[in-house]
Design a protein around this ligand. Sequence first.
Ligand code: ASP
Length: 359
Amino acid sequence: MNNSILKKGVLVLFMFVLGLQTQAQTKNITTKALPRVTILATGGTIAGSGESATKAAYTAGKVPIDILLSAVPQIHDLAKVKGEQIAQIGSQDMSVEVWLKLSKRINEIFKENSADAIVITHGTDTMEETATFLDLTVMFDKPVILVGAMRPSTAMSQDGNKNLLDAVMVAASPNSKDKGVVVVMNELVFDGRDVTKTITTSTSTFQSRNFGPIGLVYDGKVSYYYQSLRNPVKKFDVTKTTSLPQVEIIYGYADASPVTVDALLTTNVKGIVYAGMGNGNFNAAVGKSLENASKKGIIVCRSNRAGSGRITLLNEVDDAALGFVVGDDLNPQKSRILLMLSLMETSDRAKIQSNFFKY
Ligand code: ASP
């Protein structure tokens, strides 16, 4: 064979191999650049299925995660996404058992470094409680995002696909680190500590009544505006926990009788959150029963039924004399979670009160 033809052949082969290599490297860089997001599915309306696109009736938690993900192919441009089914329930059935499973799995994923961020699909009814539970028990500062929908995936006005896309966008954003657990709904980002469901059926149901959303998701961009100074200084390690101390909530109203508090005194309850009137107030009869509870060693935590604001110590109620603690600005359902977790470690009132003032 002619020498120059051979040289040309070697050159062409060299260029070809080089080309292949560069292509592989570019591919690698592109894949590497995408953050790894694990989606943990728990059910809810976002996975709900109804009989028709125009009827409101549906069953929550029916659609598995693979189908949910296949409906939003755009998320694969934002992240390397993996889905895992943790539960398939309406979030009205959320339980300590599922919270522990979820929290343990998240801690495990971050510990083994198999994801950069986690998105949890969840029903909206108790999303705020799960957000608080995870905020207090996930030991890593990587992004954890809860997302749901108010309309099932089969409805004409379904909001789940867009919410899911936004949630993955928040998960993939480098600015989402150190924000604690957040909720992404309706193009808004909320601090998991503050967020609450405020309207029974509207897509604009989520609000942080005291402090507002911390960010916006719009037109493919995430913009943060505020960050809480109260994100957990203290975390609770539940990696080996199998159950939590029992804490119940009692609702306050005019002329309430003490029977519900008295009934709790016959159980194994370790804490009572009292959703009081105004600044956490109760009438004389209920007050007497709460005082009895406190004398028996049950931690009584005053919260509010007003929906916003905070409970102040020693205003109309002599908390020091009664041995009560206050839930600060946490609503009753969030106060219950912090009280359960606190009681896991201590029954010292001063320490529990300090947990409420620090979180
Ligand atoms: N009941 C449903 C749930 O919480 C409502 C929803 O997801 O919007 O699972």
